[in-house]
Design a binder for this molecule. Structure first.
Ligand SMILES: Cc1ncc(COP(=O)(O)O)c(C=O)c1O
Length: 381
């Protein structure tokens, strides 16, 4: 009989979350869900929509008001020019956007170059598309920098696309403007598509600068860029995101979205519209808090004495556990059972050398959690 599925890294993470439930004093530094509340004006707009047009279908590509707001946002923040009528697709969060892009632009046998470790959904999506991931491994001691020349070495005549996730989950690396330029130059030289994931674009620290590949000359026609309100506005549960790109590529994505999930919920879209068009103060507040929180984690890792990549962006610190001699699943189990703290094992991100810690809790909670992690790690080093 056909075997239907194998267990993915994502499924293992859900198992750990379930196991954590038995501890009353648990601290979750696994899941990427901010502890901030969604700003009230966004909640209000969503609630109001439920009493108005919230029960209706929107067009598959999304409400035109929201598509206009997205086009203005990507111009303002990312310097990407798009026509809201043909070059924006509203999605069910960033997650659906990742899956759609991989399904739409990869054929069985195609190769996609992927700096690794990377967000685990890419691995599943590539597998479901029947494509092959070609990893360019990045390292903690190099702050997980993505070297363009290492990408160049992996390009073959089967290469179809490059995944460009910056700031990165789980490494916190931000691809510099110079490296972005060079990667884009290679994409043009070899006629490759760029799948750009801007989901953490509001969250860069220590002066790091994010550049959207689609903003560079000659890149718009070969780049699709995803984003979502989940991380920027503490709206993970709203499930609303977008993809922008050339009309021909958006059309291909839209067909698949129509078949897979239809349009995004109208109430969520109204909330996203309020987020994009209302006060942006919450983003600055969260960014400052994350930079301080990231430092609480890295200070503790310095005390523990394990290498890590400085989080120049995103919401995570990826630290190296090779000095323990244990696998990342074993270390995750030990930290969970000894410290009652959930930290994700790197193997779920295709990297068994490391663990991922989120800094989405208050500094106080992070200090307590890292004190416990330190004790648990002492038993492993
Ligand atoms: C790099 C990256 N892309 C996409 C997503 C999916 O985002 P969403 O929560 O909006 O589905 C995530 C979520 O953690 C992510 O880290």
């Amino acid at each position: 009989m056909k075997q239907f599925d194998r267990k993915s890294g994502t499924a293992y993470l859900y198992e750990l979350v379930a196991e954590m439930g038995q501890y009353d004093d648990r601290i979750n530094l696994g899941i990427g869900d901010p502890d901030f509340d969604t700003p009230q004006h966004i909640v209000d707009a969503t609630r109001d929509a439920l009493g108005k047009d919230g029960a209706e279908y929107s067009p598959v590509e999304g409400l035109i008001d929201l598509r206009i707001a997205v086009s203005e946002r990507v111009k303002r923040v990312n310097d990407i020019d798009v026509d809201p009528h043909t070059e924006v697709l509203i999605t069910n969060g960033g997650q659906e956007a990742v899956f759609l892009m991989l399904q739409a632009f990869l054929e069985p046998g195609d190769e996609i170059i992927m700096p690794a470790p990377n967000y685990h959904s890419y691995y599943d999506g590539i597998e479901f598309a029947g494509a092959k991931k070609v990893e360019v491994i990045t390292h903690a001691e190099e702050n997980f920098r993505v070297f363009p020349e290492r990408i160049a070495e992996r390009i073959t005549d089967r290469t179809r696309a490059i995944a460009f996730v910056s700031p990165n989950n789980p490494t916190g690396a931000v691809i510099s403007p110079e490296d972005t330029l060079e990667i884009c130059r290679m994409a043009q030289e070899h006629d490759l598509i760029l799948l750009a994931d801007d989901i953490y674009d509001m969250y860069t620290y220590y002066g790091a600068k994010h550049t959207s590949p689609a903003s560079l000359p000659g890149m718009k026609e070969r780049t699709v860029t995803l984003n979502a309100v989940s991380k920027s506005y503490a709206m993970c549960g709203w499930r609303c995101g977008w993809i922008v790109g050339p009309a021909s590529m958006i059309e291909v994505l839209k067909r698949r979205k129509a078949a897979m999930s239809g349009p995004c919920s109208v109430a969520s879209q109204r909330g996203a519209l309020a987020a994009l068009t209302g006060s942006q103060d919450c983003i600055a507040d969260m960014r400052e808090a994350y930079e301080r929180r990231g430092r609480v984690v890295t200070d503790a890792l310095d005390e523990i004495g394990v290498p890590y990549g400085t989080p120049y962006g995103g919401q995570y610190v990826f630290f190296d556990i090779t000095p323990t001699g244990y696998s990342s699943a074993e270390v995750a189990k030990r930290i969970l059972s000894d410290a009652h703290v959930l930290v994700y094992p790197g193997f779920a991100f295709d990297d068994d050398r490391s663990m991922r810690i989120t800094f989405l809790q208050s500094e106080e909670v992070l200090r307590e959690a890292m004190e416990r992690v330190k004790k648990a790690m002492e038993g492993l080093l």
